[in-house]
Design a protein around this ligand. Structure first.
Ligand SMILES: NC(=O)c1ccc[n+]([C@@H]2O[C@H](COP(=O)([O-])OP(=O)(O)OC[C@H]3O[C@@H](n4cnc5c(N)ncnc54)[C@H](OP(=O)(O)O)[C@@H]3O)[C@@H](O)[C@H]2O)c1
Length: 307
């Protein structure tokens, strides 16, 4: 099968398409023919080893010193179940599924295997493969941090999402809205139209105004891009308010429940897929260059297989 191999850490050109052995499913696993994956901020971080200070050493210890030990990058997928191991009971050949491999990586390939009990579920019924895969990375991260801020226990909380136009941010505003939050968003003027399309009008444009001047106070502030001054921003919290950030040592974990929640929201029309650009497998270098810019809006899709 074809797979994109990260031959060493470095610029997007380190990614090469190679012919590798097709995996076969163990007794509790599914073999999935991948239709689409996404190029996420996490993928370009790993490819370029973009980590500060001591954490770079820790990452190399875990991931490999001069190149990733797991050379096929990519953590999210949508695709079709090609075959199942003999003990699999909840999936069958031909099912349309989406999921996340997390630190196992391996989604930049024509086929992958994943355990039946891992983060894989049927896709939203009304989604195409590109839409389905776009929901996962930002969606599960937003769910993880907003739930840690106990959004589900608060009644109509005032929520400020900083960096509302990235993969995590576009999911966070929509998921907070689903929980009945009064959402304010911080993005650049380049993201204003997208925020309007998603139905959010309470927007601070950081390149035009200083949102710190607001006299609003928030029950939850979520920095979905990890760029704000933590001490300063906390002065905007209400009494009992909580600040969460994607930046730091807390890493969102992926679960089947998050996928089922995203599926439910998409099917109910409460969560829209935000796709900036779609590339084909042989355009992976360009796709990584674009995501490296840090300016993408929502998600960048990489088409792997045909439907
Ligand atoms: N801890 C975890 O478990 C975890 C999980 C997932 C992601 N992350 C991290 O979360 C961060 C965001 O991930 P992502 O996938 O959402 O990234 P992304 O999609 O690449 O984010 C890019 C977006 O951020 C906006 N942006 C850039 N600088 C900004 C600023 N100063 N203020 C507000 N918006 C700004 C950009 O728009 P403009 O250029 O127009 O402003 C662009 O739309 C990454 O650093 C990633 O590594 C952490």
């Amino acid at each position: 099968m074809k797979a994109i191999i990260c031959t060493k850490y470095g610029s997007p050109e380190v990614l090469e398409i190679h012919e590798v052995e097709k995996p076969s499913p163990r007794e509790n696993e599914l073999l999935i023919r991948v239709i689409a994956t996404a190029v996420n901020s996490g993928d370009v971080r790993v490819r370029g080893l973009v980590v500060e200070g001591f954490m770079k050493f820790v990452m190399q210890l875990v991931m490999g010193f001069s190149k990733p030990k797991k050379p096929i990058l990519g953590t999210v997928f949508s695709g079709i179940v090609e075959s199942i191991g003999k003990n699999v009971v909840s999936f069958k050949t031909g099912d349309r599924v989406f999921g996340m491999t997390g630190f196992q990586f391996g989604t930049y390939a024509e086929y992958l295997t994943i355990g039946e009990k891992s983060a894989v579920t049927p896709m939203p019924q009304n989604a195409n493969f590109e839409e389905a895969v776009s929901l996962i990375f930002g969606g599960q991260t937003a769910i993880y941090f907003l739930e840690k801020a106990k959004i589900q226990e608060r009644k109509n909380p005032k929520v400020l999402i900083i960096g509302s136009t990235g993969a995590v941010g576009t999911s966070a505003v929509q998921i907070a809205d689903f929980y009945g939050a009064l959402v304010s968003a911080v993005c650049s003027s380049r993201g204003e139209t997208l925020m309007k399309e998603l139905g959010f009008s309470n927007v601070f444009m950081y390149d035009k105004e200083d949102f710190m001047q607001t006299n609003q106070r928030y029950d939850i502030i979520f920095d979905a891009v990890g760029k704000c001054d933590k001490q300063k921003i906390k002065t905007l919290l209400s009494t009992g308010g909580v600040f969460k950030s994607v930046e730091g040592l807390d890493v969102a974990s992926e679960t089947k429940e998050q996928l089922l929640f995203l599926k439910k929201l998409f099917e109910a029309g409460k969560l829209k897929a935000v796709i900036d650009k779609t590339y084909y497998i042989d355009e992976v270098v360009e796709a990584h260059r674009y995501v490296d810019s840090g300016r993408k809006k929502g998600n960048v899709i990489l088409k792997i297989g045909k439907t």
